[in-house]
Design a protein around this ligand. Structure first.
Ligand code: MN
Length: 248
């Protein structure tokens, strides 16, 4: 083998960096008014964080600490997308949520210093297979397949804190085919953004790039193929997506 060939082979190998197949592209989210992208690391979610939604689901708002669960970063879907109706459910639900995007990590972050870790905010939708979630609840099983399936985390562009500040009592709403289904204000959250960051950082080491979906108000409901969902939080970029027929 010639020296030149060996050098080329070595170069090619270093380009591939020894992976057995080409690694997937890094998941990222768009930043409003910018060409920069926010590199996404993990997606954390809070369950039951609006008193009215907790009551709607048959619970008592103050009886339990926040419930955290996760979705794979791969489940992230930008606004403007067609979202295929997922297999395995007959009761797919929308859940509009404030999404917190972290640019600083840490453990045991105090609530008073938590907001310094926030890069920006987005409007998200925590797509849920409600029938599988109800079944998991009653059987004491995990939520992964009801929450963390493909294309289950819609997100708008991220609005940086430096442009917008931190939302407090802003309206949060969701419409299906132009008809209002969810409407509340962010001050109705049981646990505030600083409390959520503090609480989550006591359980895991938060990292730059982590997203936190902070829970949904009441009015969750069913989606079917053909539905167009629009969702917003006053001051943030609006989210829109369409449910289309999934694989047969
Ligand atoms: Mn949710």
């Amino acid at each position: 083998m010639s020296t030149v060939f060996l050098q080329i082979a070595k170069y090619t190998a270093s380009m591939d960096t020894g992976y057995v197949f080409t690694p997937p592209a890094r998941v990222s989210a768009a930043v409003r008014h910018s060409d920069d992208r926010f590199p996404v690391r993990r997606i954390f979610c809070v369950g039951r964080n609006y008193a009215d939604h907790v009551r709607e689901m048959g619970g008592d708002p103050r009886s339990e600490p926040p419930i955290f669960f996760t979705k794979p970063a791969d489940a992230l879907v930008p606004g403007g997308s067609n979202v295929p109706y997922p297999p395995g459910t007959r009761n797919l639900h929308h859940e509009v949520e404030l999404v917190v995007a972290l640019h600083r990590g840490g453990t045991r972050i105090s609530a008073t210093s938590a907001l310094a870790h926030v890069y920006g905010y987005a409007v998200g939708n925590d797509l849920t297979r409600r029938d599988l979630q109800s079944q998991a609840r009653s059987r004491g099983q995990p939520w992964d397949m009801s929450k963390g399936f493909d294309a289950s985390a819609q997100i708008s562009q991220i609005t940086p804190v430096e442009r917008f500040g931190h939302p407090s009592s802003n309206a949060i709403w969701l419409k299906v085919n132009g008809e209002q289904r969810q409407h509340s204000t962010l001050d109705q959250m049981i646990w505030s953004v600083p409390e959520i960051i503090s609480g989550l950082s006591a359980l895991v080491e938060l990292q730059p790039g982590d997203l936190i979906y902070t829970g949904t108000p009441d009015g969750v409901g069913q989606l079917v193929p053909g539905d167009v969902v629009t969702a917003g939080i006053d001051g943030l970029d609006e989210l829109e997506f369409r449910i289309v027929a999934g694989p047969a």
